[in-house]
Design a protein around this ligand. Structure first.
Ligand code: SF4
Length: 67
């Protein structure tokens, strides 16, 4: 499944900090914290531990479900 790709700018970084946005696998109900994988069996490397300060685009998983 292809991700939603969103450009990351200073506004998104600021809003994410202020609102405490969650969008990575670590916040998703489908994340296997012990093994580090996805229980839905999606490749999840690009959705794990994303730091908006370090990236210029966010690859958001369409199956993300707040856990
Ligand atoms: S469903 Fe998507 S966001 Fe959730 S753990 Fe799997 S890859 Fe990560």
């Amino acid at each position: 499944m292809s991700p939603v790709i969103t450009p990351v700018d200073e506004r998104l970084r600021r809003e994410s900090r202020e609102l405490g946005l969650c969008f990575t696998c670590e916040c998703c109900v489908h994340f296997d914290a012990e093994g580090g994988g996805c229980r839905q069996r999606y490749p999840n490397v690009e959705h794990r531990d994303v730091r908006l300060e370090r990236v210029t685009e966010l690859r958001f998983c369409k199956e993300f479900e707040l856990g």
